[in-house]
Design a protein. Structure first.
Length: 109
């Protein structure tokens, strides 16, 4: 299994926003999706996940609503807002620039 890595707060936010761009999800589904898409390298669970979701909700980048999960339990689902989509585009551009710069530095000369 790949080694998990520590994530910075801004990273957590952009990963959650990107995940919610596909469809509304509840917390466990968000966590599972990120873990699956990163092949187990990135994990966001427990307090860190819900603190991030509450932070995104306060910023009005996600909107919550109650629904029923796949296992027939009541769950709070989060949906990306219009402002959240704008933020995701901005953050994606920033992260791509950052990742390209780090890749250039790490590459052999």
């Amino acid at each position: 299994m790949p080694q998990s890595v520590d994530l910075l707060q801004g990273t957590v936010d952009v990963l959650i926003l990107r995940t919610l761009a596909w469809q509304p999800m509840h917390g466990y589904a968000i966590s599972h999706c990120i873990r699956e898409r990163s092949k187990g390298v990135l994990t966001i669970e427990g307090a860190a996940l819900y603190q991030a979701l509450h932070r995104l909700e306060r910023k009005r980048w996600v909107a919550p609503s109650w629904g029923v999960s796949d296992n027939n339990r009541r769950a709070k689902f989060y949906q990306l807002t219009t402002e959240g989509r704008r933020q995701l585009r901005a953050e994606t551009s920033t992260w791509r620039t950052y990742a390209d710069a780090v890749t250039r530095v790490l590459s052999p000369a």
